[in-house]
Design a protein around this ligand. Structure first.
Ligand code: GLU
Length: 290
C-alpha cells in the first residue's frame, strides 16, 4: 500500500493560533502513526491579505511545535495556470458563466427577494446568488466582459449537479451535527458558487481540489467549519475526474466565550504563548492532544 498523504494548508494572512496548532499537530501525528507523509501547503491566492512575513512566521511556529514537512512547499500563488486550466475544462463543459453584479447590487437583489419570502442561505449563512446572469445573451455577455464591470465566474450548479449525479464521501471524523461515515454531498446548498474572479483567477474551492489531487493527498484532515464545503469539493472532483480523498473534520478550538478563535486575538496566538514561556508540550496539552 502506498503511504497515506496528509496536509496542513494555512493561509498566510495572519499569525497561527491554537486552532491551527491543533489541526497541524493532528495531521502530523496521524501521518507519523500511519507511516504516512505530511505536506505543508500555503494557500495564498488572496494577494491583498496574504503576506510573505506571515508565511515565514507560520513556518517558524510549526517548526517550534516540532513538525517537519516535505519540501518544496506548494504555494498556491505560483500555480494560477493550473487552476485556469481546470476552469477552462469546466467552461468547455458549459458549466461556468460570468456574472457582473457588484456586492452592493447583490445585496439589493437579496433584499428585494426577502421582502417577498425568505431567501435561501448557504451553510455559512450567506445568501445564495440571486442574479440572472446565466440568462444573458452571448452579445450582452461579451459587451460586459469587455467593460470594467466586476466579474465573477460561477458554477452553474443545476447543470453541474445534473452532469455529476449522486455524490458523497467517507467521513472519518464528524460534521457540525455529528454526521459521520457515508455522508451524502449537497452542493446545491451553496447555489452558483464563485470559482474565480476577474482579479483572482481561482477560488478556495477550485484550488483546494486541484492541489489535493496534484499533491496526491489521500487524507483531508481539517476543521469542521469546512465540513459542508466538502460537498462542493466532491462535485468538482467528479466533474474534473480527480481522485477522492478520505475526509476527517475535527472539532474546533474555541475561546473561553465559546467563539471560534481569531487570528487577531493575542491570548490564543502561538507567538504570544511562546513569548509568555509556553512549551510545545504545553500547546499540546492546551488543545487536548497527548
Ligand atoms: N486554507 C484553509 C484555511 O486556512 C484550509 C483549507 C483546507 O484545509 O481545505 O482555513
Amino acid at each position: 500500500m502506498p503511504p497515506s498523504v496528509f496536509r496542513f494548508a494555512p493561509s498566510p494572512n495572519g499569525y497561527l493560533h491554537l486552532g491551527h496548532a491543533y489541526s497541524a499537530l493532528l495531521n502530523f501525528d496521524l501521518a507519523v502513526q500511519t507511516g504516512g507523509r505530511f505536506l505543508l501547503r500555503i494557500e495564498d491566492i488572496d494577494a491583498t491579505r496574504c503576506k510573505p512575513e506571515f508565511e515565514t512566521a507560520i513556518c517558524e511556529d510549526l517548526a517550534w511545535l516540532g513538525l517537519a514537512w516535505e519540501t518544496p512547499v506548494r504555494r498556491q500563488s505560483e500555480h494560477f495556470n493550473e487552476y485556469r486550466d481546470a476552469l477552462n475544462e469546466l467552461f468547455a463543459m458549459r458549466l461556468v458563466y460570468p456574472s457582473f453584479e457588484s456586492r452592493a447590487e447583490i445585496a439589493k437583489l437579496v433584499a428585494q427577494r426577502e421582502a417577498q419570502a425568505p431567501w435561501p442561505r448557504d451553510p455559512d449563512g450567506a445568501p445564495l446568488y440571486p442574479g440572472a446572469a446565466k440568462l444573458l445573451s452571448p452579445d450582452e455577455r461579451a459587451r460586459r466582459l469587455a467593460s470594467d464591470a466586476p466579474c465573477a465566474l460561477r458554477l452553474d450548479m443545476a447543470a453541474a449537479r445534473a452532469r455529476a449525479g449522486d455524490l458523497g464521501w467517507i467521513e472519518r471524523g464528524e460534521g457540525p451535527d455529528g454526521e459521520t461515515g457515508a455522508v451524502t454531498a449537497r452542493p446545491e446548498a451553496w447555489g452558483d458558487v464563485i470559482l474565480a474572479r476577474k482579479e483572482t483567477p481561482t477560488s478556495y474551492h477550485l484550488s483546494v481540489v486541484i492541489d489535493d489531487a496534484l499533491q496526491g493527498v489521500t487524507e483531508v484532515v481539517r476543521g469542521e467549519d469546512l465540513f459542508w464545503s466538502t460537498s462542493v469539493h466532491r462535485l468538482l472532483q467528479r466533474l474534473l475526474g480527480l481522485p477522492q480523498p478520505a475526509y476527517r473534520h475535527h472539532r474546533l478550538i474555541l475561546d473561553g466565550a465559546g467563539q471560534k478563535l481569531s487570528k487577531s486575538t493575542k491570548a490564543t496566538g502561538l507567538r504570544e504563548l511562546r513569548a509568555g514561556g509556553a512549551t510545545p508540550a504545553d500547546i499540546r496539552r492546551l488543545v487536548g492532544l497527548p
